[in-house]
Design a binder for this molecule. Structure first.
Ligand SMILES: *[C@@H]1O[C@H](CO)[C@@H](O)[C@H](O)[C@H]1NC(C)=O
Ligand SMILES: *[C@@H]1O[C@H](CO)[C@@H](O)[C@H](O)[C@H]1NC(C)=O
Ligand SMILES: *[C@@H]1O[C@H](CO)[C@@H](O)[C@H](O)[C@H]1NC(C)=O
Ligand SMILES: *[C@@H]1O[C@H](CO)[C@@H](O)[C@H](O)[C@H]1NC(C)=O
Length: 301
């Protein structure tokens, strides 16, 4: 090795030793124009374990994956702790998709405590069979179908999509056949599974405006999901307050606080002493390298 080469490689080592270990939030990221932040993450080990293996960024399109299928994420609202999902096989005011192609909405049992469609989100089930569990076991032949936050199937029938189908109005009481559309909040059924409910299709809408503007035309079509990290997340707050990034262990259950070069099961204050030691070690190496370089320079030039 030539002297110049030796000096260059030593300089390289020196530069490496001088660069401080990265301690910024390595879990925060973007997908298209959507910010991905705690409790969500795109990398395994980042975020809250309740939201692991949930979001995927494919060609700048953020996808949300649960047991009922994949959805496009239109928005994540961190202030209101909600996200808005789009299912391409969901009916809207312009089109009605039949053939039970839609995802509906059902999450894994372990994930259920962390997310639920909001109470002002209406699910409108379309073309359900008379044998559907929706219409069974309701004494007095009362249907579970109702208006949700002022949104009803009566309004929905006013959409152009229904003109093409030429729907027949059916009474709200069971007996004259099931209604073609049945509106329910998520809490009433806990899982929107078109196969299990024996429905041909569904629509989902939410209304952000406090006033109903122009009926079903004015609704936003999509699924509004409320998320929460439960246990009021002391762990992550303490972790971030000490300069760490929240994550979880390989078991996918235990929360971890990532503190630069090491992980902590509490917060970064508990690893400060060891990281200070690492820092001074880096200084010692740098000092030695500088001396070595000085010695080489003195002897060869
Ligand atoms: C993000 O981009 C999409 C189009 O790619 C656009 O419709 C949407 O309004 C954008 N959202 C924000 C918050 O800028
Ligand atoms: C810290 O935890 C994260 C997430 O589980 C992991 O990717 C990383 O390798 C861990 N780092 C150390 C130093 O153990
Ligand atoms: C939907 O219901 C069907 C029939 O009950 C069942 O086989 C399927 O696993 C359910 N899908 C989900 C995502 O729960
Ligand atoms: C639902 O709201 C419509 C008006 O949009 C009203 O005509 C209908 O009576 C309401 N139905 C129920 C069950 O409250």
């Amino acid at each position: 090795m030539s002297t110049t080469m030796l000096i260059l490689s030593l300089l390289h080592l020196l530069i490496l030793a001088l660069i401080p270990s990265t301690s910024g939030n390595t879990c925060r990221s973007f997908c298209g124009n959507v910010t991905i932040d705690y409790p969500f993450a795109l990398h395994s080990g980042c975020g809250h374990p309740g939201f692991r293996d949930l979001l995927y960024c494919i060609n700048d399109v953020l996808m949300f994956h649960i047991s009922s299928g994949s959805y496009r994420v239109l928005e994540i609202d961190y202030a209101y702790q909600s996200l808005t999902l789009h299912d391409p096989h969901m009916s809207t005011c312009d089109t009605i998709v039949l053939g039970a192609k839609g995802n509906g909405f059902a999450v894994e049992h372990w994930r259920a405590p962390y997310m639920n469609p909001t109470s002002d989100n209406v699910f409108m089930l379309i073309g359900c069979s008379a044998q559907s569990p929706l219409f069974q076991g309701f004494p007095g032949k009362h249907l579970p179908c109702r208006n949700v936050s002022g949104m009803s199937c009566e309004d929905y029938y006013g959409c152009p999509a229904w003109d093409l189908l030429g729907h027949r109005m059916v009474g709200s009481k069971f007996g004259s056949g099931p209604p073609e559309c049945c509106a329910v909040p998520f809490e009433a059924i806990k899982s929107v599974n078109l196969t299990q409910l024996q429905c041909e299709g569904y629509s989902s809408a939410y209304s952000l405006a406090p006033l109903r503007l122009d009926g079903a035309h004015g609704w936003s079509y999509g699924i509004r999901v409320k998320y929460s990290v439960q246990e009021n997340d002391e762990f992550c707050r303490a972790c971030e307050a000490t300069g760490g990034t929240c994550g979880y262990g390989t078991d996918g259950i235990r929360q971890l606080c990532m503190c630069g070069s090491s992980n902590s099961t509490s917060n970064c204050d508990s690893v400060k002493s060891s990281s200070r030691r690492t820092y001074s070690k880096a200084h010692t190496v740098t000092g030695l390298l500088v001396c070595l370089l000085a010695w080489i320079a003195k002897n060869y030039y």
